[in-house]
Design a protein around this ligand. Structure first.
Ligand code: C8R
Length: 243
């Protein structure tokens, strides 16, 4: 028992698949269809089965975006956020999510079923047996096709492709590279945005009250983002603000 306890580590710091992931993810799915978006019809059992098929019995570093195809098919959006309310963000999720909680007008990926179900969970499969590895999962950078990364990549891509009207991008002005081409926003979502469907890209660079603002609309990596938007023919605005 002691060995098991040591292997599991402190709650929240374990590096294997999140314990009770099935109950958590399916509970969230039922919560979503019952309370959050009543009226949307999703088959939570079927979605879970397809998730297990994508991840289980696979080498933990070998889950591609395509492996989630069947699961995302079962999650096909019958609903999309209204045009003008899409919110993208990058860097330090907790920072952004406290802001987003206050900005009820906006919709993030966590408002879609995939984002809602898998937010803050960790998982990986094990090749030798069906199921998940609850002991340990490879780190992000150790993998070319990390199971968690591939899921977010696919979800982020779909979310960006469906964006329309004015979209908002929230960047953290208190970190070194507010905009990075290696982030999910910079590598997937930005390229997924369609200049014909998107009216304006409104960038907000938000700095922590305590932290100095390292980056702003006219300084640092945000300038690179604006340059990319320009070259792709987007209309844009940019505003700096403190939290
Ligand atoms: N998005 C990406 N990743 C997400 C996510 C989400 O909504 N929600 C969670 N929990 N994650 P980051 P970024 C997890 O570097 O790379 C979408 C994943 O494990 O701070 O620019 C969202 O629409 C993922 O690897 O931000 C948003 O616009 C990290 O958190 C961007 O992509 C992402 O952490 C944010 O991605």
């Amino acid at each position: 028992l002691i060995v098991l306890w040591l292997c599991a580590g402190e709650p929240g710091t374990q590096s294997g698949t999140t314990p009770n992931i099935k109950e958590i993810a399916m509970g969230r799915c039922y919560d979503y269809v019952t309370r959050v978006k009543p009226g949307l019809r999703y088959d939570c059992e079927d979605i879970w089965r397809r998730f297990e098929e994508a991840v289980g019995r696979q080498a933990p570093c070998n889950v591609t975006v395509e492996d989630y195809g069947r699961m995302f098919y079962a999650m096909a959006q019958t609903w999309a956020p209204p045009c003008g309310r899409f919110l993208f963000w990058s860097k330090t999720k907790t920072f952004v999510q406290t802001l987003v909680a206050a900005l009820r007008h906006f919709w993030t990926l966590e408002d879609t079923l995939a984002g809602f179900m898998f937010n803050d969970l960790l998982w990986c499969g094990r090749e030798d047996e069906a199921g998940f590895d609850f002991g340990s999962c490879p780190g992000w950078s150790a993998c070319q096709h990390h199971p968690v990364y591939s899921l977010w990549r696919r979800a982020s891509q779909k979310f960006a492709e469906s964006a329309c009207g004015n979209v908002t991008v929230l960047l953290n002005g208190s970190v070194a590279q507010a905009f990075s081409r290696n982030s999910m926003f910079g590598s997937v979502e930005l390229d997924g945005l369609d200049p014909c469907r998107v009216n304006y890209v409104n960038i907000k660079v938000v700095s922590d009250q305590e932290g100095a603002s390292r980056e702003s609309c006219g300084r640092g990596s945000v300038v690179d983002l604006i340059q990319i938007l320009r070259s792709r023919g987007f209309r844009w605005t940019c505003a700096d603000s403190s939290r």
